[in-house]
Design a protein around this ligand. Structure first.
Ligand SMILES: Nc1ncnc2c1ncn2[C@@H]1O[C@H](COP(=O)(O)OP(=O)(O)OP(=O)(O)O)[C@@H](O)[C@H]1O
Ligand SMILES: [Mg+2]
Length: 295
């Protein structure tokens, strides 16, 4: 496929008979389309192996990610999806969620001297999406701003390819080797550095959401390391907890700070985070709705 424009496999074309399709991402190991069909509106994901180059080792398991995600979504109770295999790996289709992701939505907050503040209701929507997964006994493993889609009705947490919490068919399972370092909890970074692998946990998800809210609201990473540092050096900084101060005003800033606690047991659970934000939101509503009385 290198160089040429990717195409949907026949098996997916047969299943969906697209009336319109748009390529969303096409990068190492993964391709995503936005597909409309008489059956509905879907995200189609295709996985293929990442070949070894001078800069990175081969990553054969990226080929399995869509089928693994399909199996996870199915276990979580979603029926409107399908997954299977194509020549170079696996694929899935799942409902398309309309809306910007958290990073894009909060872009105005990141502009210099911006008067725009991050909305509590948006943060709460992200917390609720993650809480829904945690309630079912799962951990996401790859929490990042691009994975929260802020829809008109609710926020969706996407990309469950690395989620842990229930049975996944052995043939589609893949190792967890950490996530994007900006959102990786210290204990995960430490484990990846020492063993090459880690175990996704709900506590690490809470850290990942804290780091996602921080970077989306301010543009700043939670931890301090040079942009161009090699990945192991970045992980070392994360594992050692070289924190940056959280510069988000008010109770949201306090919550983010707690979510980024070095020790997993010091972080709030996602339910505690939800309760804290609900209280803030209720107080904000009282302020805006309070009638002005002139005596
Ligand atoms: N169900 C969906 N609804 C809307 N957009 C989606 C959906 N699934 C994926 N996307 C879009 O495709 C992008 C890539 O999807 P996803 O993160 O699941 O794939 P990925 O290959 O695992 O990417 P990465 O390696 O960056 O995590 C998302 O950031 C989003 O823009
Ligand atoms: Mg992703």
């Amino acid at each position: 496929m290198s160089g040429s424009s990717p195409e949907l496999p026949i098996v997916v074309l047969d299943a969906l008979m697209p009336t319109a399709q748009r390529l969303v991402v096409n990068r190492r190991g993964s391709t995503v389309w936005d597909v409309e069909s008489h059956r509905g509106h879907y995200a189609v994901k295709l996985g293929h192996p990442i070949e070894a180059t001078a800069d990175w080792p081969a990553q054969p398991w990226t080929a399995l990610a869509p089928a693994r995600e399909g199996a996870v979504l199915h276990r979580l109770g979603l029926d409107d999806l399908a997954y299977g295999e194509w020549e170079r790996g696996t694929w899935n289709f799942q409902p398309w969620h309309e809306g910007p992701d958290l990073y894009r939505l909060w872009e105005p907050c990141r502009e210099k001297d911006s008067p725009v503040e991050p909305h509590t209701s948006v943060a709460l929507g992200c917390v609720e999406a993650l809480a829904e997964l945690h309630t079912k006994g799962w951990a996401h493993g790859d929490v990042q701003p691009a994975h929260f889609i802020i829809g008109p009705e609710r926020t969706h947490l996407i990309d469950l390819a690395l989620a842990r919490g229930g049975h996944v068919p052995e043939g589609y399972d893949l190792p967890f080797r950490g996530c994007l370092v900006h959102y990786e909890a210290p204990e995960i970074a430490r484990s990846v550095l020492t063993t090459g692998e880690a175990e996704p946990t709900q506590e690490a998800d809470v850290y990942g959401l804290g780091a996602s809210l921080l970077i989306s609201a301010t543009g700043w990473r939670a931890m301090e390391y040079p942009d161009d540092a090699p990945r192991p050096v970045q992980r070392e900084a994360v594992a050692n907890g070289k924190r940056r101060p959280v510069r988000v005003p008010g109770p949201l800033g306090e919550l983010i700070d707690a979510m980024l606690s070095h020790a997993p047991e010091d972080r709030p659970t996602i339910y505690e985070a939800g309760k804290a934000l609900s209280r803030v939101l209720a107080a904000e509503d009282r302020l805006t709705e309070a009638p002005v009385r002139a005596h």
